[in-house]
Design a protein around this ligand. Sequence first.
Ligand code: ASP
Length: 318
Amino acid sequence: MGLKRRDFIKTSAIGLAAPSAVFGEAKIKTNKNDPLILSTWSHGLPANDAAMNTLKNGGMGLDAVEAGAKIPEADPKSTSVGFGGLPDEKGNVTLDACIMDSTGNAGSVAFIQNIKHPVSVARKVMEDTKHVMLVGEGARQFAVSQGFEEMNLLTDESKVAWEKWKKKRREMTPHETHDTISVLAQDKNGDLAGACTTSGWAYKMHGRVGDSPIIGAGLFVDNEVGCAAATGLGEEVIKSAGSFLVVELMRQGYDPTAACEEALNRVIKKHNGNPDFQIAYIAIRKDGKIGSACIKWSFEYALAQGGVNKLHNIKGMI
Ligand code: ASP
């Protein structure tokens, strides 16, 4: 049966985005000497500055992404990350974070409380334990044993917002209140690293964990191919192995933006072409090309490269 015109247009559009060698591995050369930092949302700008300074001072990509992620973690005005993050339905600030380096090593913490810098605890898990992931009370105890200070992360402002929410208990969607910081870096040797940190879905169920501490969902780094990270509805990112998928699509030859779009297409299709939630991806390919896409509305990423650190706004796919 012949293609209807509409199908033909759809096929052609996908054909344009598709790689030259879908089933093979694309040959991707390394970008050397022009370091870059790519991160999510406007709090990515100060995060990028800190990350770039770390690279300039001789730090590795891993040091850079950690330094970048720590900026919104410490900023009480970033109400979706770290100190000042909006709490769960019971009023507890519970945090998720992960980190991954150019050798494929990874560490993560989920549902951790009272520790301001979960991204640094995630790095400790990676470097000083045999494990990849620690959760909840175990993660907190490990952090304390490593010298992390305990503190109350619920600011007066976030407490007031939670108390107001409690009166009506309207379910918040992640795009209303949520902006995970994900930071990706490529250093002067072309090596890649990434980190994610978040307080997750505002007023979530106590114990809920999102995509941000899940390697392959909120973040994935493959130093041969590229790296990717997510923000948005974590449940859907986990179910589609989002960041891993973006990297694998780049391995097959997809352009970084086309890879982000194709990963999102799979989610859009599952939701009959009209999901009512947001997911956005950012990606860096090994040759230094960056990409990003989001399902709907708009999304902002911050890119620092060649002395310029700028916010870029993209429109949704649907
Ligand atoms: N991905 C985060 C989560 O689901 C939230 C966000 O980035 O908006 O916990």
